[in-house]
Design a protein around this ligand. Sequence first.
Ligand code: ATP
Ligand code: MG
Ligand code: MG
Ligand code: MG
Length: 569
Amino acid sequence: MRTSQYLLSTLKETPASAEVISHQLMLRAGLVRNVASGLYTWLPTGLKVLRKVENIVREEMQRAGALEVLMPMVQPADLWQESGRLDDYGPELLRLNDRHMRPFVLGPTHEEVITKLIANEISSYKQLPLNVFQIQTKFRDEIRPRFGVMRGREFLMKDAYSFHLGEDCLKKTYQVMFDAYCRIFDRLGLDYRPVIADTGSIGGDASHEFHVLADSGEDDIAFSDVSDFAANVEKAEALAPAGERPTPKAALTEVATPNVRSIEDVAAFLKVESSKTVKTLLVQGIATDDNQAPIVALVLRGDHQLNEVKAENLPQVAAPLTFATEQQLLDEIGCHAGSIGPVGLSVEVIVDRSAAHLADFVCGANKDDVHYSGANWDRDAKNYSIADIRNVVAGDPSPCGEGKIVIKRGVEVGHIFQLGEKYAQAMNCGVLTEAGKNQTLTMGCYGIGVSRIVAAAIEQNHDKYGIKWPAAIAPFQVAIVPMNMAKSARVQETAEHLYQQLQTAGIDVIFDDRKERPGVMFADHELIGTPLLLVIGERNLDKQEIEVKNRISGEKSLLAISDVMSLFT
Ligand code: ATP
Ligand code: MG
Ligand code: MG
Ligand code: MG
């Protein structure tokens, strides 16, 4: 690729609208542009990264024995009626009618379509087990799209669905997928943790999430320090007075009592003075009408002084929620039953407070209401139940017997789930067994947020100059940066020659032929995060050498032009 024929679209200034570093850098490096809330256009550089992530995911799915399909994004509402989710799913499901006024939805996920397909295609136990996947755009009308493509409304997901005769078989495939996910995140070069996910009403340990560690993450995950955490544990302990139990640093999720109507009530519930500063406050409340049908959601998030958040500016009324039953609502917001009072306002509060306040809180009477949405100790975490990991705080001994608990922020990039018979039963998906009986299939489902991974990778890999891509997903492997090419035929010739050579060898190379000032060219390539820069200057050519700059390590060295290919072996 020649820069002169390319759409680089880099920006000098950081757009004010972008809160987190990955969103800022994705805009500045010309990876994406916003179209509307939660909707993005991927520019050429961003799309190259997205496709590289996608290909790694695809290769590992195929290696794990999954078959690729492609289902439509627009789905008939009938299918959702059949599964029972048309009412259950809530306002994230975008509904629309065609010209004949037939109802459709934009697929937020594809259990219905795939279960229907398999019900029609498969008739015998001999055709099982089966694991199919797709990489397809999803639409979820998120209540608060934010952080760029990290929480978009339209996003790219890899979703896989497996079909089995019985749970034992499902468990085997689940393990295969768990391992494939580890390989994917290893290959992507990301620091991640698989965590046990709370399966809520379904119960059991039948679900894991994969989290990329990043401070901007919206979840807290707990894990053992044995592998990598000595330094941070010291930091956590340093916050607590000597001799005392190490203080938790993490955010907590708790469910407030009914009739919380103002921030003062929230403060009282949390047993903090309303003047104390909280770092992040999320109030997500549901107002209910006389029949206890929930009517609106209230969401507030940001850095606030508690006493600055007055009751009158608390409610931000969002789109009406349309849950059919209170239980569906409770499932959706992860509340415990009974926390919604008649005509009251129930509030879910997530507070990331300073260590000192949190210590007060954890020792308080409400400890039973505190839980983590997921946790893991190490790759063998699969043997622990969610009950083992509730109520842990940083510094606790790990239930695995090794190391202490560490709590960090994570970005959910993958989620695998043992679904059981829920969809197969609702949609009549079964086969004839060896004994000639009809048996309902058992299912697993496995998602990866392909577009979210791009942002998560940047959260973990950047410096003040820009992105530092892991090699596997860098948009270009190498950039050719000629110095003052307009004035030197020799520099131009060498650059052209190297460009041809690298292209012929199948290397993803960008040739900066813009005849810009060196500073401009370096700034752009550092911003978009090309791992290797080949700098061609008049002086080094006397010895037939070029300078090689490594974006990741910052190292510079001279290299004989004839040895260039050694960089890629
Ligand atoms: P979250 O908790 O972040 O809302 P989720 O649990 O609702 O995610 P799943 O239904 O488990 O998401 O979907 C599988 C994967 O799709 C998630 O692990 C995540 O990586 C990705 N994903 C979900 N919602 C979004 C979104 N709005 N934008 C980008 N990626 C998303
Ligand atoms: Mg979600
Ligand atoms: Mg989630
Ligand atoms: Mg999930």
